[in-house]
Design a protein around this ligand. Structure first.
Ligand SMILES: *Cc1c(COP(=O)(O)O)cnc(C)c1O
Length: 370
């Protein structure tokens, strides 16, 4: 097989989709794929069998959804450009704005206008993932809402909030309390409420029953249609990144570096940005097994370090290393820093067969430069 390569496993993807479809069926809420997390449009026909539509972060994602998904098409962005709005208005069912100024500028053009609110209730501590942090530019706060012009409020069909990141339904519950306290009066006038993403619904310990209860209560209290737009939950643990060992260096201060043809900086940037540790099939934490390695990419960046792992057998040049949970926030974020090759993309079909759906080469590197 070509390496590096992302392998998306349709069986694992389907397992997630079935969980999400069951939430839709039993509550009547609609679930959208947040494309910014996973935009592998080869799988859109499969995903469409289960989910109501897609959420986009701007024109290009919305266009991708219109071309390849064909379900409900929703978009939110912190600000839109005047030259984008007519196409967005044509292809999107909901256009969600981030300020009353944007509502005033553009809402008259769109089919259904929404506004992102800021519940000012943080449920996690990582500042870069906290839209409720002090001075955040994301979402309108209740004080602005209270002084908003009536004619602008009347343009709104729905409200949207997105404050969670990889969280369980207890965090949603707290957030909904904050939303109701501040925005409950306005919710009665709305047709829909979008609960954003960050719901880790397909994770083993996720409390789905509590999620359903929250949804049902909101539907009943306010008479609104409920939307969720998870990204991670759709493709959580449904993909792998397969890399190959290029060289194993002699130990330095007792640490043995192994260089891979995959890079944290280029191919799994969240390892450095988030940061998090990616698990490897057949490996354990450093020190747990006999043979220990520190994996790094073949780039110039000293910090292009993927992590330290231990194995029961020594590794050799040419061995394949398989990283788990590599479908989400990888393909959409990768880059060609150092002229690195972008990983090929394979689909592992329900039949178990491996299909190469995309390979990249020098031309892909060159075409983004001039
Ligand atoms: C990132 C984002 C999502 C998806 O979040 P996940 O953590 O991948 O579930 C949904 N909606 C908005 C507005 C987002 O910014």
């Amino acid at each position: 097989m070509i390496t590096p390569a992302y392998v998306i496993d349709e069986k694992l993807l389907t397992r997630n989709l079935e969980i999400l479809a069951e939430v839709q069926r039993s509550t009547g809420a609609k679930i959208l794929l947040a494309q910014k997390c996973f935009s592998a449009f080869y799988f859109y026909p499969l995903i469409k069998k289960y989910l109501a539509g897609t959420a986009a972060s701007g024109l290009y994602e919305a266009r991708l959804a219109a071309e390849y998904f064909g379900g409900e098409n929703h978009v939110y962005a912190p600000a839109y450009k005047a030259e984008e709005i007519s196409e967005l208005a044509r292809i999107c069912d909901h256009v969600i704005f981030n300020s009353f100024a944007q509502v005033e500028k553009f809402a008259r053009h769109v089919k259904s206008a929404g506004l992102r609110i800021n519940p000012e209730h943080s449920t996690q501590k990582v500042a870069i993932y906290d839209p409720c942090a002090e001075n955040s530019r994301l979402g309108v706060r209740v004080d602005e809402f209270k002084s908003a012009r009536r004619d602008l409020l009347e343009k709104l069909d729905g409200l949207h909030f997105h404050t969670l990141c990889e969280q369980n339904s207890d965090a949603l519950e707290e957030t909904v309390d904050a939303v109701e306290k501040n925005f409950g009066a306005y919710l009665h006038q709305m047709k829909w409420l979008n609960l954003g993403g960050g719901h880790h619904i397909t994770r083993k310990d996720y409390d789905v029953e509590r999620l359903k209860k929250i949804i049902r209560r909101l539907q009943k209290t306010y008479g609104v249609e409920i939307y969720l737009e998870p990204g991670e939950a759709v493709a959580l643990d449904a993909g792998f990144l397969v890399a190959r060992v290029l060289e194993i260096q002699p130990a330095r201060n007792g640490v043995q570096n192994a260089i891979l043809d995959a890079s944290a900086a280029c191919h799994m940037p969240d390892i450095l940005e988030m940061p998090y540790r990616s698990e490897i099939v057949g490996a354990e934490k450093v020190g747990a097994l006999k043979f220990n390695y520190r994996f790094g990419g073949a780039t110039c960046l000293a910090g292009d370090v993927i992590g330290e792992y231990s194995f029961s057998q020594p590794l050799h040049e040419g061995d394949e290393i398989i990283f788990r949970d590599m479908a989400i926030y990888t393909m959409v974020k990768n880059n060609t820093f150092n002229g690195a090759k972008l990983p090929a993309i394979y689909a592992k079909k329900l039949s178990g067969e491996l299909e190469l759906i995309k390979n990249f080469g020098y031309e892909d590197f060159r075409s983004r430069l001039s």
